[in-house]
Design a protein around this ligand. Structure first.
Ligand SMILES: [Zn+2]
Length: 619
């Protein structure tokens, strides 16, 4: 550090001398003005060090001290809090939890003011070193927020640590002062010789590295020579050794796709409250129900979460869609590719479990067909394409309302299905020579390895290269468009057909989604095309009676179940504050069940492709 600064000062001096020589040469004056490169060619980088303390965990305040040493300290230093965190596409306004801000230099306090919702502007008065102190209220345990209490601290740096305007490439260190004898875990590398101090090369890495500080349990395992570990906070019915062994299999299967593990080490941070996961470059934050590790079906759900977040270390953290990195932490980052980043990852999470032998091929196919059933029940599938759903995640997916079922699809759910269909289409048209694995590997090698992000056009081109033919029709209909997916014509290639059973023929229904709470039965959403939609039932209507009988969820099921489509009932309900009677004509329930079944006479190629795909014989 010291050496660098000395040489820079000399360079500046030489530049100044040369500049003044040119200034005095008359011939130079006639030339158009040239920029003076040396003076601004090598701006100094700020030295940033954070200290995070937790002196009173029960108050939920994380205490932050940020020190900035900078030869080019501006007159006004702008400190900014991100408004969102990568992987969770919603503006969350982390600045709202900041309080007790103070700024100072070696001599005393420095003046400051807020200039917008997430920017604190400090008047530096010529100081080369500025310290900012503030506290952040941390009492919300999700994978994208912060929590501190007497059991642990978990935080995302993007929701805790300021960055300096235009200095996202600057390195920094984070020193943690843990409560009592708590241990510190993060994916960031340690600074040798310093207690609980970690280093980040830039802010995309800093903001990508959550911390867990507690008396966590820990188990380590090695895959392909690389250390992996679980860090678990909380008691529950989990088996740490089995968890590590099964996770190692998932990592191994992922390695087989890409041929390398692109990190020095990997940390699974697991909290046994809340739910969900968030992906990072060499770690993930997971939350799961503490007693959700038994029976096997629920444990499979946990492994699915692990596989999803782990696969993201490749798909989205390294194979990056156009707008996803380097990140703009103050605005929405728009991409049409979340259906690959999320839907593709969800597809692979189940595929990895199957390849690792952790679930059966019937588990795999059953799970996917129930996903198809859910998609086919959403009127929104005709309103929103996968690309539009990805693009509008910021205003729609993360903010679903009662009409979401009618005007949205999920880029996770439909994305998973379309990735599956794309995989099968590639396998079929290449006669088993290629698959979606080859698409992923190509994106990894040609984009990640070459420091590029990929676009929707790059993806389609890669898929077509693997399929050996144009997939324009597929992408136009199912990715950019809203056409009904022709499952049969696709899965026939691997010897399967889609069976659709209409089990409820002749059963009457109202068609609104209802919820019962504290004895009140209320309409939660009204899917388009149902009798409820056509006859004017509203979200929020509170059902009181049917044909004069007091209603409950149970009562409705048996009472309406006894009726025939076309029968009329009298619904008594509160809409807002007023009681109403509605004569309501019941419809016929169109609910269908979907399953994958073998075709009648599979060819040898069908059998081979099925075996390649699911590592099992077509029965
Ligand atoms: Zn995900």
């Amino acid at each position: 550090m010291q050496k660098k600064r000395t040489s820079k000062a000399i360079l500046l001096l030489i530049a100044a001398v040369i500049f003044s020589m040119y200034q005095t040469t008359p011939a130079q004056k006639k030339r158009p003005k040239q920029p003076v490169p040396a003076a601004e060619a090598k701006p100094t980088v700020p030295e940033i060090a954070y200290k995070v303390s937790m002196s009173q965990p029960s108050t939920h305040y994380l205490e932050v001290e940020m020190s900035v040493k900078w030869q080019q300290m501006p007159e006004m230093l702008e400190l900014k809090m991100p408004v969102w965190t990568p992987g969770s596409y919603l503006v969350r306004e982390y600045a709202r939890h900041v309080q007790d801000f103070e700024s100072m230099n070696a001599v005393g306090a420095l003046g400051w003011k807020k200039i917008n919702k997430n920017t604190w502007q400090v008047e530096t008065k010529g100081s080369k070193e500025v310290i900012a102190k503030y506290r952040v209220y941390a009492n919300e345990l999700t994978v994208r927020t912060n929590e501190l209490n007497d059991e642990h601290a978990f935080w995302n740096n993007s929701a805790l640590l300021f960055f300096i305007k235009d200095q996202l490439k600057a390195p920094s260190t984070v020193t943690v002062v843990p409560h009592a004898d708590w241990k510190v875990a993060t994916g960031l590398p340690r600074v040798a010789g310093r207690d609980n101090t970690f280093r980040a090369e830039n802010f995309d890495i800093l903001y990508d590295s959550p911390f867990e500080v507690s008396n966590f349990k820990e188990i380590s395992f090695t895959v392909q020579g690389k250390p992996h570990r679980y860090v678990v906070t909380g008691e529950g019915n989990y088996d740490l050794k089995k968890m590590a062994a099964d996770t190692a299999k998932i990592v191994e299967e992922t390695y087989k796709i890409f041929g390398e593990l692109p990190y020095d080490d990997y940390t699974f941070i697991l909290n046994l409250r809340g739910g969900g996961g968030l992906e990072h470059l060499n770690s993930t934050a997971l939350q799961f129900n503490r007693f959700g590790f038994k029976p096997k079906a629920r444990y499979d759900g946990f492994l699915g979460l692990v596989a999803h977040e782990y696969f993201h270390a490749f798909n989205v953290k390294r194979i990056r869609p156009d707008a996803l990195g380097p990140f703009d932490y103050e605005n929405e980052n728009y991409t049409k590719l979340l259906w690959v980043a999320e839907g593709g990852t969800e597809y692979y999470s189940n595929l990895l479990l199957r390849r690792a032998g952790l679930i059966t091929e019937n588990d795999f196919l059953g799970g996917r067909s129930s996903g198809i059933q859910q998609l086919q029940e959403r009127p929104g599938r005709f309103e929103q394409s996968l690309e539009d759903s990805s693009f509008d995640a910021w205003i729609k997916y993360y903010r679903p309302d009662e009409n979401a079922i009618n005007n949205q699809i999920s880029y996770y759910d439909k994305g998973e299905i379309v990735n599956m269909m794309l995989d099968i289409a590639i396998r079929s048209s290449s006669a088993g020579a290629k698959s979606l694995d080859d698409v992923m590997r190509h994106l990894y090698v040609e984009f990640y390895k070459k420091g590029r992000n990929y676009t929707p056009a790059d993806l389609q081109k890669t898929a077509e290269m693997m399929a050996g033919k144009s997939l324009e029709d597929f992408f136009a209909k199912y990715v950019r468009g809203t056409e009904e997916i022709d499952y049969d014509s696709i899965v026939n290639g691997i010897g399967l057909k889609m069976t659709v059973r209409q089990n409820n023929t002749g059963r009457a229904y109202i068609g609104a989604d209802m919820a019962e709470e504290a004895g009140r039965l209320t309409i939660r959403s009204v899917p388009a095309g149902t009798p409820a939609f056509e006859q004017g039932l509203n979200t929020g209507d509170q059902l009181v009676a049917v044909d004069g009988y007091r209603v409950s969820q149970n009562f409705m099921q048996s009472y309406i179940g006894d009726k025939k489509p076309g029968d009329t009932v009298k619904l008594t309900l509160f809409r807002f504050d007023r009681l109403r009677d509605i004569n309501f004509t019941l419809g016929g329930n169109p609910r269908r069940e979907y399953s994958f079944d073998p075709v009648a006479e599979p060819t040898e190629l069908n059998r081979k492709l099925y075996r390649d795909y699911l590592n099992a014989d077509l029965k």
